[in-house]
Design a protein around this ligand. Structure first.
Ligand SMILES: NC(=O)c1ccc[n+]([C@@H]2O[C@H](COP(=O)([O-])OP(=O)(O)OC[C@H]3O[C@@H](n4cnc5c(N)ncnc54)[C@H](OP(=O)(O)O)[C@@H]3O)[C@@H](O)[C@H]2O)c1
Length: 211
């Protein structure tokens, strides 16, 4: 499979690109900073230079079998970039996939997008919510993965996922990447979304039994 990952030098994205490369897939990572290219190459991935807020992504999308959106403006980036990156960058990728016939689209979203409270996280949550809505309306073969708070603890290989989880919590980025890898080829996750936290079910099993 040829998989294009937006936010290619991001912490989840690099973990996913490494897994894809180890799995024998063509792992392509969209990055905006050419200085990051060597890191992707050392991961076994192919760097593709594209700034999602300023460049046309379409020249890089055609021919991909799947697209993963794992980019983000990041903490401290300011409210405006939540609209231009977390929302605008995502919509640009969704539109490019529609135009170029790349049906499979997996979005890294976030838990906590229902009943968004006032506070400093509100612009981020609203941007993620609106990006998810755009994807759901796209007609693509989408899956929305909504992890809790991300950590850099070593992955356990085990998770809990469901359309809605009633608890809040966290999950290592390693385990998010593992779930993304399995989700890409899981027909049962198409046109569905799930919350994702650390848990006790082996990641491939958790994805395979999702309904
Ligand atoms: N942090 C959390 O607890 C949490 C919880 C749930 C969901 N999420 C979501 O999970 C996803 C992955 O998180 P993460 O921690 O792996 O993110 P990350 O390490 O912050 O990576 C985000 C990547 O997006 C890239 N990016 C930013 N602006 C860009 C632009 N204009 N064009 C191209 N690339 C751009 C960044 O590139 P540069 O390196 O060049 O800046 C960075 O590599 C994000 O969508 C995030 O919103 C996070």
């Amino acid at each position: 499979m040829d998989v294009l990952v937006a936010g290619g030098h991001g912490q989840v994205a690099r973990r996913l690109l490494r897994l894809l490369a180890q799995h024998g897939d063509t792992a392509r990572g969209l990055i905006r900073n050419p200085d990051h290219a060597a890191d992707l190459e050392s991961d076994g991935a192919h760097p593709v230079i594209c700034d999602l807020e300023h460049d046309d992504v379409r020249p890089h999308v055609g021919g991909a079998d799947a697209f993963v959106f794992a980019a983000g403006a990041g903490p401290g980036s300011g409210d405006a970039r939540k609209r231009t990156m977390d929302l605008g960058g995502a919509v640009k990728c969704i539109d490019a996939c529609r135009e170029l016939g790349v049906a499979r689209f997996v979005m890294v979203s976030s838990m906590g997008l229902q009943d968004i409270a006032d506070g400093p996280m509100r612009p981020y949550y609203e941007a993620k919510r609106d990006a998810d809505a755009s994807l759901e309306a796209s007609g693509l073969d989408w899956t929305i993965v909504r992890p809790g708070r991300l950590t850099n603890e070593p992955g356990a290989g085990t998770v809990e996922l469901a359309r809605r989880l009633s608890r809040r919590g966290e999950i290592p980025r390693d385990d998010v990447a593992l779930v993304l890898l399995h989700t890409l080829t899981a027909e049962n996750t198409v046109r569905a979304g799930f919350d994702l936290l650390s848990g006790t079910t082996e990641a491939s099993q958790a994805v395979a039994t999702f309904s």
